[in-house]
Design a protein around this ligand. Structure first.
Ligand SMILES: Nc1ncnc2c1ncn2[C@@H]1O[C@H](COP(=O)(O)OP(=O)(O)OP(=O)(O)O)[C@@H](O)[C@H]1O
Ligand SMILES: Nc1ncnc2c1ncn2[C@@H]1O[C@H](COP(=O)(O)OP(=O)(O)OP(=O)(O)O)[C@@H](O)[C@H]1O
Ligand SMILES: [Mg+2]
Ligand SMILES: [Mg+2]
Lengths: 253, 253
């Protein structure tokens, strides 16, 4: 079972979009996939068309032990999901912060999970306790990178955080790869940033770039992955290409 | 003195970009402006070309009382800034969380601030303790909105948070306005979301939209505002237009 966190503390770089579409893309390779939404904004949950009132128990209930795996997993469009909810942001988050061993709440809750080939966790744009829980539960990190100046600035903090977690909490953790999102090769800025990233992190950048494609931004308003929304789009082609690379490129090769 | 927080828990919607360019735009109206970076990612600080090693004391030192106003303010391109730094994310943030009265640390630190017409605070993509400090220090909130489906989803949580803070901590707090960012009128999704926002929040949407403009994304890599980088660009025209509206449109009109 490959467990992957999609993380980047920079906001709006395509974390949620990638979680949905990598998840859906892996189904095309006959993989069983579980998605986990650990962002209180719950955008992964909404992107699958699940409304807030439909959620009986969420990832918080799982982490604090008030619900088991079988009663938090919902199924949509062939994907299994452990949903999140907005009230994770307030007192509930504070409650998680104050629980002893709070770095491992999710890891412990997933300890007897089976029956999946891939587990994919969508993280919030932060390096706090929720992202910490994701990074102690997985052994792979995928970093979506918007190829712009400000997004590149945040990378060093993220890499530092992954190194610290690997040393102190989760020896198996490693960055499997960085992939460009919203990429437009006609924009000089995008080309320059991508060149920079390839130079800084030579063997960590996926070959596939996800191009800028309006269909990708439209799909979540219909609760669909890019494959169900517009299978002929550049977005569908790029995410399928990326999934092919993911399946063939094992971690820590 | 108008004190404004630029806030939206959705990531990547143009908060930092707007803080820099509204700040620089207000200089064109002969206003004295102080920018405050309260996001540990420090993107507002980097956007003005200030490197991490140049910062002697930051907003954290100000909030915890280990530095005064006069030794945290740096000046660049005519703008005064209270910088942030990445180490605000770890133990320092935990220290703020555990300090009694931690919601008002920034407000208290700014209590004898004078000599400015506008104070503009750039917030992180979250509704935690740092955004809380910003929202208790100001009486106006500006909400940059990327006109896409996922960005619209986050609005209700943000509005709820502002209402709670107004009731419990800061009676003077109000949303002055919402403005569209990265707007492309040729994209149906952008037009539809903008129409939706105008219907939901009739008198809260600024007339000016900030159009999608690559020069805006290029400017921070040179440490410049859009006005210094490319004054003929759509970005410069739009942010100037927005500033005109801000100056003319007083809060709570
Ligand atoms: N390749 C793409 N082409 C066009 N639009 C895209 C693409 N990828 C993502 N988007 C859009 O960009 C916006 C940001 O993406 P998304 O919300 O997935 O980022 P995120 O990193 O999860 O954000 P947050 O930091 O708030 O969690 C969304 O409106 C999404 O629909
Ligand atoms: N009008 C625009 N046209 C083109 N690009 C833009 C525009 N506004 C912002 N950008 C770019 O979009 C990206 C996101 O903007 P920015 O970082 O300011 O958002 P943010 O809300 O501050 O993000 P975060 O949530 O991470 O703090 C940046 O690369 C920025 O340069
Ligand atoms: Mg997201
Ligand atoms: Mg920002």
């Amino acid at each position: 079972m490959r467990k992957i966190a999609i993380s980047n503390n920079k906001g709006g770089v395509g974390k949620t979009t990638s979680a949905v579409n990598i998840g859906a893309g892996l189904l095309k390779f006959e993989k069983k996939v579980l998605l986990i939404d650990i962002d209180p904004q719950s955008h992964l949950t909404y992107s699958l068309g699940i409304k807030a009132h439909e959620i009986k128990s969420d990832v918080y209930d799982l982490m604090t032990g008030s619900a088991g795996l079988s009663n938090v997993i919902v199924r949509r469009n062939g994907l299994d999901l452990i949903p999140s909810s907005p009230d994770m942001e307030g007192d509930k988050k504070k409650n998680i912060m104050d629980t002893p061993g709070n770095e491992f709440l999710l890891k412990n809750a997933l300890s007897d999970l089976s029956g999946y080939d891939y587990v994919i966790i969508d993280c919030p744009p932060a390096l706090g306790i929720l992202t910490m829980n994701a990074l102690t539960s997985v052994s792979e990190v995928f970093i979506p990178l918007q190829t712009e100046f400000l997004a590149l600035q945040g990378m060093s903090e993220l890499l530092k955080k992954v190194r610290v977690i690997k040393e102190k909490y989760n020896e198996s953790l490693d960055i499997t790869g960085i992939f460009a999102t919203m990429y437009n090769e006609r924009k000089k800025l995008n080309r320059e940033v991508l060149e920079n990233v390839k130079r800084y992190f030579p063997d960590k950048v996926f070959k596939t770039c996800i191009r800028e494609n309006i269909a990708i931004a439209e799909a979540p308003s219909f609760g669909k992955s890019i494959f169900d929304y517009d299978k002929e789009s550049n977005g569908a082609k790029d995410y399928l290409e990326l999934c092919k690379e993911i399946v063939e490129r094992f971690p820590h090769d």
